[in-house]
Design a binder for this molecule. Structure first.
Ligand code: HEC
Ligand code: HEC
Ligand code: HEC
Ligand code: HEC
Ligand code: HEC
Length: 192
């Protein structure tokens, strides 16, 4: 029943993930699992990386709930930009998942409010190379595989808040790997 209900309202893709979460054995059925480390919004200023308008946690979603990176960053293998998900990708679950603790409830409420007002969330961008340098995700994912994210971004599934593990605003970051893997270092491949 629960499974059909989910598929009916949330769409097959989301429901599959949500069902995997909700159908865990034992008492976990009613309550979605808690994050690996209990943290609240007030902790977010002590964490590495910029504070975001909503305390969205990769360690909870990509780590504990095991949602694939490309479920949200859907264009990473097809375009230069991986894409930051729209609230559509969140609300399939958060129509149902309202949060257990008061802190989680408050953060998820912000999400629902933004959704109902059709206001996109203004996420603070963490990685961005200068305009004179060109980087394409699709090219790198094709060559390095869909699990390559951690090579450049570190292990997001353990990060409560995104921060820069590698300084992407330094040519040495690119060149170091290109030398190791015998990829071109011709200036015009990156600067044009
Ligand atoms: C597959 C289902 C699913 C999707 C998709 C999803 N979430 Fe969640 N989210 C959860 C669950 C389960 C929790 C844990 C709730 C709890 O224990 O209080 C959670 C918790 C949260 C929380 C509370 C803090 C935390 O991380 O524990 C926020 C904020 C949140 N989600 C935001 C988002 C945003 C923003 C998106 C879209 C980019 C999103 N979620 C997509 C299932 C999902
Ligand atoms: C449920 C949706 C969701 C999943 C799953 C997810 N992300 Fe994200 N990701 C987001 C959102 C929303 C943001 C913007 C807010 C933030 O930075 O926390 C983001 C931001 C990022 C950023 C920083 C972007 C910037 O501004 O530089 C990186 C890097 C990233 N994600 C990588 C990953 C990787 C790698 C995985 C898989 C291990 C993953 N994400 C899984 C939703 C998701
Ligand atoms: C070879 C290194 C490398 C790999 C591998 C890589 N990234 Fe990135 N990522 C970058 C760089 C460099 C930037 C900044 C790009 C720019 O400013 O155009 C970035 C930016 C991002 C952003 C922010 C983009 C935005 O529009 O705000 C997200 C999200 C992201 N990466 C997700 C991922 C995911 C998910 C994977 C794995 C599927 C991945 N990355 C693999 C180097 C990498
Ligand atoms: C961890 C390793 C790694 C890092 C870091 C890395 N690259 Fe690459 N890059 C590769 C690989 C592997 C390829 C080969 C892709 C292919 O064969 O199509 C590649 C190919 C490229 C190409 C295409 C080259 C051609 O032959 O036309 C460009 C452009 C590029 N990278 C730019 C960058 C920039 C800009 C950065 C830094 C922001 C960067 N790369 C960081 C591994 C890396
Ligand atoms: C694999 C990609 C790549 C190649 C090849 C490359 N660059 Fe860069 N370059 C970058 C990136 C990334 C940055 C840093 C951009 C930023 O600040 O966000 C950069 C920055 C620079 C800067 C600005 C100063 C600085 O350090 O930020 C200059 C000048 C420059 N490169 C010149 C060159 C010249 C000359 C060559 C050829 C000998 C070259 N680059 C080859 C990726 C590359």
């Amino acid at each position: 029943m629960r499974k059909q209900f989910l598929i009916g309202i949330a769409g097959a893709a989301t429901a599959l993930v949500a069902f995997a979460v909700l159908s865990r054995p034992s008492g976990a059925q009613q309550k979605p699992a808690v994050g690996p480390t209990p943290l609240t919004k007030s902790d977010s200023s002590k964490l590495q990386g910029p504070k975001q308008p909503i305390f969205y946690r990769h360690d909870v979603h990509a780590g504990q709930l095991k949602i694939q990176c490309q479920y949200c960053h859907y264009s990473v293998a097809a375009s230069s930009e991986p894409g930051i998900p729209t609230l559509n990708s969140c609300m399939g679950c958060h129509n149902l998942v309202l949060g257990k603790t008061p802190e989680n409830k408050a953060e998820i409420k912000k999400l629902a409010t933004a959704w109902s007002k059709k206001e996109p969330v203004e996420w603070v961008r963490v990685h961005e190379v200068a305009k004179h340098a060109h980087f394409s995700h699709a090219r790198h994912i094709k060559a390095m595989g869909p699990q390559a994210c951690a090579t450049c971004h570190g292990n997001l599934s353990r990060m409560p808040q995104v921060y820069k593990v590698n300084n992407v605003n330094n040519m040495g970051f690119c060149i170091g790997c290109h030398i190791e893997r015998k990829i071109t270092r011709d200036c015009s491949t990156c600067h044009y």
